[in-house]
Design a protein around this ligand. Structure first.
Ligand code: ADP
Ligand code: MG
Length: 578
């Protein structure tokens, strides 16, 4: 468990450390989120569950004890009542047997007198009889006519002769009514041998004792003999002398409780106790549901609280982690963008310096070439008989042309590198755009390019640098013209973005760019127009816009077109440095 947790923790922190670059692995945040969620859930829900389980068991034990104790007390008390009741009567029979002589007991009048006293003193005694050594009942008093009956073959009689005293199970006997017999042997050596005094006890008294337990209607209590035969009727499991339909619980003289299921499928709590000296088992059966009601309620409540707690934890963990990771992701993205920008501008700056140096160096030889070529041209032109004059003239013309082109490039390079001082004036962007368009209108006409203007008439004036803005728009519009086929369309829109910003977008339906190209367009010297392009237009544009405190966004789809949007602050703030 701990090893697992340690491994997970390690994994978690390594996900934090690894993958420094967002672009390289956006997977990282998914992993991070998953790890945090799993860890937080484990460290919160695991202890909660453990606590819950421990509580559950402790409570269950306590509740169980609490419920079972009164049951045990009740069974114990009732068992004692039974024992007392039977012991009292047995000792009375025993007392009578030893207080009178055999002949006195064999005399029916005498026996009747004794019985009438006994009946008065002890409830539950039904009759009294005295048996001679042959098992014949020689004297008897009671509601039945049992005098002269021979009990020689009855179990209780045999048991009494063997043990000296005996309390029988419930049986029907001659009278066909459930009763128990208590018998005591009377033997006085030389006078009488093997005579037996017996009394019958009514089992109604048993029922009264059980009724005195005052059980709920769906509880049951009864007496069994040790073979599992009902001695008193049961509400649910059988009548007197029927057999108890379940296996007997293990022997225990102390009250004991077992949880089982009865033949009807009811969950029950069976409380019982065996009698030590009597052939009985006392049982109390209660439906488990009823007894454990309080426990079930508590359990359900606890369970709901637990579930609610877990849900809450889940919710909080998910929300929190989501927020956290999103935040992290955003700040990583921002950091990376800033990093890129710094890289871009420092690259621009160093390349600019390099370019300026090169341009400067090249300018001198260029001037010399220009001058010398001009000289050659003049010389040729003015010497009338120069052979191959025309050829030479056209050659020098080409040289001069090329030098001119070189000069434009060096000029541009120098302009790109120069720390441009911004001269801010209040201007109308729409005007600037129209000025730029006047440069390109001819080409548009010539190439049949459709020029759409959608300029916001109420566009607020902004404070910015006119010349630089002209260059910006000229570069972008030139690119758009180069991207479209003859007959293509270029749309220029100006609009107000918010309280601080206005924007101009230049949209074309030209060839568009791939993502790969888009990633590089602002780099100096990056061009896809081999031979024709310098790759400086957009990098210069970018530099200017940044300097003016604005921004450029590009959207492009290969084969469909490109939109450049230039955002400008209403008040230009010249950026320092660069
Ligand atoms: P150049 O125009 O000299 O090639 P730029 O810096 O102006 O250099 O542009 C760089 C590259 O950006 C171009 O070569 C081209 O591939 C791409 N690009 C610029 N604008 C557009 C556009 N409107 N449509 C398609 N590609 C463009
Ligand atoms: Mg260009």
């Amino acid at each position: 468990m701990f090893r697992w947790l340690r491994k997970k923790l390690k994994e978690f922190f390594s996900t934090l450390r690894e993958f420094p670059d967002y672009a390289e692995s956006p997977e990282r945040y998914k992993l991070l989120r998953r790890n945090i969620v799993v860890l937080m859930l484990v460290v919160t829900i695991l202890p909660l569950t453990l606590m819950g389980l421990i509580n559950h068991y402790l409570y269950r034990q306590a509740m169980h004890d609490e419920i079972v104790r009164p049951l045990k007390i009740l069974v114990n008390k009732t068992k004692h009542s039974f024992e007392l009741f039977l012991a009292e009567r047995l000792s009375t029979v025993s007392f009578i047997a030893s207080s009178y002589t055999c002949s006195e007991l064999a005399d029916n009048n005498n026996l009747s007198r004794i019985f009438s006293v006994m009946k008065k003193e002890f409830i539950g005694v039904v009759d009294l009889g005295f048996l001679d050594p042959n098992g014949v009942q020689v004297s008897y008093d009671g509601p039945y006519k049992l005098r002269g009956k021979n009990y020689k073959d009855h179990d209780w009689y045999k048991e009494t002769r063997v043990r000296g005293a005996y309390v029988s199970d419930v049986f029907l006997g001659y009278r066909k009514l459930p009763h128990i017999v208590m018998a005591v042997e009377r033997s006085v050596p030389g006078v009488c041998l093997g005579c037996v005094l017996r009394a019958t006890i009514d089992t109604n008294r048993f029922m009264e004792l059980i009724a005195s337990m005052r059980l709920e209607p769906d509880s049951d209590a009864f007496l069994l003999n040790k073979k599992g035969v009902f001695q008193t009727p049961s509400k649910f499991y059988g009548q007197v002398l029927e057999t108890f339909p379940m296996p007997l619980p293990p022997l225990s003289y102390e009250p004991n409780v077992v949880e089982t299921e009865d033949p009807n499928g009811r969950e029950i709590l069976l409380t019982y106790a065996y009698f030590e000296s009597l052939p009985f088992i006392l049982m109390v059966i209660k439906p488990r549901g009823l007894v454990m009601q309080a426990w079930y309620t508590l359990k359900t409540e606890a369970f709901f609280i637990f579930v609610a707690g877990v849900l809450l934890i889940f919710l909080v963990v998910f929300k929190l982690t989501d927020k956290l990771v999103k935040h992290l992701e955003e700040s990583d993205l921002r950091r990376e963008a800033a990093y890129r920008e710094i890289q871009e501008s420092s690259k621009l700056a160093s390349i600019g310096r390099l370019a300026a140096g090169v341009a400067h160096e090249i300018n001198n030889p260029l001037a010399i070439i220009n001058e010398k070529a001009g000289l050659i041209k003049d010389l040729t032109q003015f010497s009338p008989d120069f052979p191959q004059k025309d050829k030479l003239l056209s050659l020098t013309g080409t040289i001069l042309q090329s030098v001119d082109r070189c000069r434009t490039i060096t000029q541009r390079l120098l302009g790109f590198a120069r720390r441009m001082e911004v001269t801010v004036e209040s201007l109308n962007l729409n005007e600037v755009i129209e000025e730029v368009l006047s440069f390109v209108e001819k080409e548009a006409l010539h190439r049949n390019i459709e020029l759409h203007l959608s300029l916001a008439q109420d566009l607020p004036r902004i404070a910015s640098d006119r010349g630089q803005l002209q260059q910006v728009f000229l570069n972008i519009i030139n690119n758009a013209f180069e991207a479209v086929e003859d007959g293509g369309r270029v749309t220029i829109t100006s609009f107000e973005v918010d309280d601080d910003t206005v924007a101009v977008s230049i949209q074309d339906n030209g060839q568009g760019m791939t993502q790969e190209v888009m990633n590089h367009i602002f780099e100096p010297f990056f061009t896809t127009k081999r031979g024709k392009g310098t790759g400086l237009g957009l990098s210069i544009t970018y530099g200017i816009v940044k300097k003016l405190g604005g921004d450029i966004k590009v959207a492009s789809k290969l084969g469909e077109g490109t939109t450049f949007t230039v955002f400008l602050p209403k008040k230009a703030q010249a950026r320092k440095g660069e």
